[in-house]
Design a protein around this ligand. Structure first.
Ligand code: MTE
Length: 320
C-alpha cells in the first residue's frame, strides 16, 4: 500500500515503482524490499534481515499445495517475510521481525449488529465451528504483485450462520485489534486506526470467503494476521483484513480504512480488474513473487466463474 497521500507523490517516484520491480527480481533472496515505492537508497540502508525459516514439514509439503489451476504455492519464506501489515511496520520486510512475539491468546471476537444472536466468541471455540480446510488461493495486492498462499481456514458464512443475520442486514464490517502497546506502529499517524474493512453480506456469505487461522497447515504467523484474518481471493489484498477482533452486521455500506484515506484510489468493492487502472498505475499485469517478468492480471483474480454473478448489473468498467 502507499502511505503517501497522492498529492505528496512526485512523478519521479511513480516511475521508480517499475524500477523497483525490476531490481527486486535480482535481489530476491538477499535483501527484502521495503515499500512499494522503495528506492535504492532504502535498500542500501536496510540491514539484511534474518528471514523466518519454513517449518521442515512445510518445505516437504510445499509441492502438494497447488491452486485448482495447478499453480504452486509461494515458498513459506516469501509468504512470511514479504508482508503488508501497517500496524507493525510500513516496510514489507519490517513486519515479521516487529510482529514476532505478538501475543494472540487469549483472543476474543465480538459479532454484533443486525443479528438475532450477538455473541463474543473465544477464539478457540470459534475455531471449532467448522472443520479447518486447506484453501490454496491467489492473493493479488493492489500494488500489482501477487502470491499463491495455502491458507488453513473455514468459510466466514459458517460463523455468520451462528449469529443469525437479520433480514435487513446487507453489509458486514470488520475491525482489526487496536492496541498500540502490542501493535507498535499504531502510535504513528500513518493510517486511521483501527484498520477497518467491509463486504456486502452476499460477498461475505460466498463460499470462497474464508477466515484463515493458518497457512501451510500450521498456525498463522503473526505477520500474516494471526490469530484470525479474512481472505477474499477475488478482491485486492487490502480487503483481507488481519487480526480481527470485531465483526458488525449493518444495513449501510461501511467505511473502510483505505477508502477513508484515499477515496479515489481504494473503492469499497475493489474487485481485481485488469481493465480498471489504479489512478496512478495500471492493473493490467502483476509480478508473481518469486518469478521473473510479469503475468497478465485476470478479472476477479481468476475466480470469475464463481463470483461474477454477484456483480450482475454493475458496470465492471467503472471504478468502485
Ligand atoms: N490488515 C491490516 N489490519 N493491516 C494491514 O496493513 N494490509 C492488507 C491486508 N490486510 C493490512 C491488512 C494488504 S495491503 C495486503 S496485500 C494483505 O493484508 C497482505 O497479506 P499478507 O501479508 O498475509 O500477504
Amino acid at each position: 500500500m502507499l502511505i503517501k497521500k497522492p498529492e505528496d507523490i512526485k512523478g519521479s517516484e511513480i516511475t521508480d515503482e517499475n524500477l523497483y520491480h525490476n531490481r527486486r527480481k535480482f535481489i530476491r533472496g538477499a535483501v527484502l524490499a521495503g515499500s512499494a515505492l522503495a528506492t535504492g537508497f532504502i535498500y542500501r540502508k536496510l540491514a539484511v534481515p534474518s528471514r523466518e525459516k519454513a517449518p521442515a514439514d512445510a518445505v516437504a509439503r510445499a509441492g502438494s499445495y497447488l491452486t485448482a489451476e495447478g499453480e504452486p504455492s509461494n515458498d513459506f519464506e516469501d509468504i512470511a517475510n514479504y508482508n503488508n501489515f501497517y500496524e507493525f511496520s510500513t516496510s514489507k520486510s519490517g513486519v515479521a521481525p516487529r510482529a514476532k512475539g505478538f501475543v494472540t491468546r487469549p483472543w476474543a471476537i465480538e459479532v454484533d449488529g443486525l443479528v438475532h444472536k450477538p455473541k463474543t466468541f473465544d477464539l478457540d471455540d470459534l475455531l471449532k465451528i467448522a472443520p479447518l480446510e486447506d484453501r490454496v488461493y491467489r492473493l493479488r495486492c493492489v500494488e500489482a504483485w501477487s502470491m499463491v498462499i495455502p491458507w488453513l481456514g473455514f468459510p466466514l458464512a459458517k460463523l455468520l450462520e451462528q449469529v443469525q443475520p437479520m433480514g435487513e442486514a446487507t453489509f458486514v464490517k470488520f475491525f482489526t485489534l487496536f492496541d498500540p502497546a502490542r501493535m507498535p506502529n499504531q502510535i504513528e499517524d500513518v493510517l486511521p486506526w483501527p484498520y477497518v474493512e467491509g463486504l456486502r453480506l452476499d460477498e461475505a456469505m460466498h463460499p470462497l470467503t474464508i477466515l484463515a487461522s493458518g497457512l501451510y497447515g500450521k498456525t498463522l504467523p503473526p505477520q500474516n494476521g494471526a490469530p484470525l484474518r479474512l481472505v477474499v481471493p477475488w478482491k485486492y489484498g487490502f480487503k483481507s483484513i488481519k487480526s480481527i477482533v470485531k465483526i458488525t452486521l449493518t444495513n449501510r455500506q461501511p467505511n473502510t480504512t483505505w477508502g477513508d484515506y484515499a477515496p479515489n484510489e481504494y473503492g469499497f468493492y475493489s474487485n481485481v480488474n485488469p481493465n480498471v487502472s489504479h489512478p496512478r498505475w495500471s492493473q493490467a499485469t502483476e509480478r508473481r513473487i518469486g518469478e521473473f517478468g510479469q503475468r497478465d492480471t485476470i478479472l476477479f483474480n481468476g475466480y470469475g466463474d464463481q463470483v461474477a454473478h454477484l456483480y450482475k448489473g454493475m458496470d465492471l468498467g467503472k471504478y468502485y
